[in-house]
Design a protein around this ligand. Structure first.
Ligand code: FES
Ligand SMILES: [Fe+2]
Length: 396
């Protein structure tokens, strides 16, 4: 019995099928990743929908770099990023969380900053001799917005723009994300290295096995029993692939009900691709289920016809990772559609739990020294790519 043959596109040079992995869980490797990968990449830090109005802000940690980051929509409507610190003696300006403020006021000695970062007030200013206020605006972080996604760059310039960083992907998703509304979000702490955690969401080889009970036949079927991805495309840093749906999937009763009242989110595409931007199902593969895109280094998005999911992996230390993410779906017009969406969400929760269930064991295997390499198949090309990109940046 045949399988779909994966069509590969892009830079497959120097990919290794046997990837050294023993070092991943060491503090030394972690320090290198911190200083050279996470300070030299555009990192997804927030979404525009979190700060829709002028003066809205979100303050959140960037744990790997021990930073608190402030993302603000200024009085001029522009989104900017700052270190969440006062330029007097470094007190934190606002607690982590969300809000709306015309000014950021420091509790320590009362300095104030406009929400575009300019210094507004130095209290008892006369006591500061020869004060050069131009040195005292809030510390900016390079911030760019792409299709509603707020990316930040934590290293020193010069560096690439987001357009350069995303390459051909930059123009290929216009109009896609804003069709969906955030309907729930998650935070999960996992006791494993971040590379292992993100890798669990970067291949479909596992679906036949670890998801055998939860979603037994969403993918695969007689024409593609091993569930090969129809299409994979490698860019300089990012990678994307399309996942196959099973045209012979047998609907369960719950699904029949859910798809009666709402759009069929999974397993199969329930409409045509007309109007979808070129980045979605880029090869226009038949029996398409959804795409998986890694925004290197630490975000994976799952992009479907009526939903999308994002998952970001925040390294805490070499042994611990925080996963944050959200589900987005078409806006429900009525309660029936909302219930149909809840069905998708509850199924998704189960699947993600399975995805996370092997991570502590994998981590322990590396820590013990008993496993020194990952032997990777073509269906795990995104992992080969992930480690090739890291090796390039780390100069290995
Ligand atoms: S540290 Fe903020 S006013 Fe002194
Ligand atoms: Fe999975």
């Amino acid at each position: 019995m045949g399988n779909v043959e994966t069509v590969f596109k892009g830079n497959a040079e120097r990919l290794k099928r046997r990837v050294p992995a023993g070092e991943l869980t060491t503090p030394g490797r972690f320090a290198k990743e911190r200083d050279r990968i996470f300070r030299r990449s555009w990192i997804l830090m927030a979404k525009e929908y979190e700060i829709p109005n002028k003066g809205d802000y979100v303050a959140r940690p960037m744990p790997m770099l021990d930073l608190s980051v402030l993302i603000v929509r200024g009085a001029d409507g522009k989104v900017r990023g700052f270190h969440n610190i006062c330029t007097h003696r470094g007190n934190k300006l606002v607690p982590d969380g969300k809000g709306n403020l015309p000014h950021f006021n420091c509790r320590f000695h009362g300095w104030a900053f406009h929400n575009d970062g300019r210094l507004a007030v130095v209290t008892d200013e006369g006591q500061f001799r020869d004060l050069d206020k131009s040195l005292l605006d809030m510390r900016a972080i390079d911030t760019e917005v792409w299709n509603g996604h707020v990316f930040m760059y934590f290293g020193e310039g010069p560096h690439e723009t987001v357009r350069e960083w995303l390459g051909p992907m930059f123009d290929q998703y216009d109009g896609y994300f804003e069709q969906h509304k955030m309907i729930n979000s998650r935070i999960v702490d996992v006791r494993c290295n971040w590379n292992l955690a993100i890798n669990a969401f970067m291949e479909g080889y596992h679906t036949l096995y670890i998801h055998a009970k939860s979603v037994p036949d969403y993918q695969g079927g007689p024409s593609n029993p091993e569930r090969h991805r129809p299409f994979m495309e490698m860019f300089d840093r990012n990678i994307r692939y399309s996942a196959p749906s099973n045209p012979n999937h047998k609907q369960t009763r719950a699904e029949t009900l859910a798809w009666k009242y709402g759009r069929q989110a999974l397993p199969a595409f329930d409409g045509d691709m007309t109007g979808m931007p070129p980045g979605i199902n880029p090869a226009r593969a038949k029996n398409w289920a959804f795409d998986v895109v890694q925004f290197y280094p630490n975000t994976v998005m799952i992009l479907g016809n009526s939903f999308h999911i994002d998952l970001s992996f925040w390294p805490i230390d070499e042994n611990n990772t925080r996963l944050t993410g959200a589900n987005y779906m078409y806006p429900a017009k009525n309660l029936a559609e909302r219930l149909s969406q809840d069905f998708v969400l509850s199924r998704g929760r189960f699947v993600v739990r399975e995805d996370l269930s092997t991570l502590e064991a994998q981590h322990a295997a590396l820590k013990s020294g008993a496993l020194t390499h990952f032997q990777l198949s073509q269906q795990e090309t995104a992992l080969q790519h992930h480690y090739r990109v890291a090796a390039d940046i780390l100069g290995e």
